[in-house]
Design a protein around this ligand. Structure first.
Ligand SMILES: O=P(O)(O)OC[C@@H](O)[C@@H](O)c1c[nH]c2ccccc12
Length: 277
């Protein structure tokens, strides 16, 4: 299916597909059974997943490097990219946190990518990047080893979003709440751990970094703020930081490089140079 040529809202298409997937998974493994597996995992853990919010607030660079093999707008970016290799390379290159796309149909991801990253030695906070519409998916995120989940205001009713935030917290995970336009700002009073501004309109997939600059001052002053998508140069990161952002979610720029870890190391080197002229 070529989403670009179809005249439909891409987010709506993705969410409709997601609902079918969730129904199937729940038949395959009923929520109670998955909950039992999560509880077993939590009982064995020595410490809860690392806090992404804290890591971002303490970091001088704040790059959240994303493992994304494919996207609806670009098609395959790195089909052969391995979750047991690239996330660990991001960690070694100095990422503050990681994001891993787990949606399969549109982004070529799997939950197992997070387990594989953990098995390869990743200790940084990991964001479970998917289209979460059900509590069941929070259990999936917790089970594979995520520290935080993405919730998208544009595809959730405010009350459902509130319930999901509450349950994520009960499971010991943080929430990055993604907003795009002014009309979604009213979700900010749900007090997520991190406020995301997506520069990409998920209806059309058009990206404009100015969206973050426009929205920054409308977010809580002392909140942890993340600018997402379409970022590709250190200068933009510096300007976003001056506008009040603490985190910078970047996927494509690194994934399209021959060696994403090396590109991140180079990028962070430049960022540090910019910071100390
Ligand atoms: O690859 P980019 O343009 O650097 O963007 C990364 C990230 O922000 C993007 O993947 C993203 C932001 N919000 C999402 C919601 C769903 C899927 C993907 C996303």
């Amino acid at each position: 299916m070529d989403l670009q040529t179809e005249n439909t809202d891409i987010l709506q298409t993705i969410v409709a597909h997601k609902q079918q997937e969730v129904d199937e998974w729940m038949r395959f493994m009923p929520p109670r059974q998955l909950m039992a597996k999560v509880e077993e995992r939590m009982a064995k853990e020595e410490q809860p997943p690392a806090s992404m919010r804290k890591a971002l607030l303490q970091s001088g660079t704040g790059i959240i490097a994303e493992f994304k093999r494919k996207s609806p707008s670009k098609g395959w970016i790195k089909r052969e990219g391995r979750a047991g290799v690239i996330p660990m390379a991001y960690q070694q290159a100095g990422a503050t946190a990681l994001s891993i796309l787990t949606d399969n149909h549109f982004f070529g991801g799997y939950d197992e990518f997070i387990s594989e990253a953990r098995a390869s030695g990743v200790t940084l906070p990991i964001l479970y990047k998917n289209f979460i519409i059900s509590e069941y998916q929070l259990l999936q995120a917790r089970f594979c080893g995520a520290s935080a989940v993405l919730l998208i205001a544009a595809d959730l009713l405010k009350d459902d979003c509130r319930t999901l935030i509450h349950m994520a917290h009960q499971l010991g995970m943080e929430v990055l709440l993604e907003m795009h336009g002014e009309e979604e700002l009213d979700y900010a009073d749900l007090e997520p751990d991190m406020y995301g501004i997506n520069n990409r309109n998920l209806g059309t997939f058009i990206t404009d970094v100015n969206n973050s600059f426009r929205m920054a001052e409308r977010l809580p002053k002392d909140g942890c703020k993340v600018s997402e998508s379409g970022i590709g140069d250190p200068d933009t990161v510096m300007r976003l930081r001056q506008a009040g952002f603490n985190g910078f979610l970047m996927g494509e720029h690194f994934m399209k490089a021959d060696n994403p870890g090396d590109e991140l190391a180079r990028f962070i080197g430049q960022l540090k140079q910019h910071a100390q002229p």
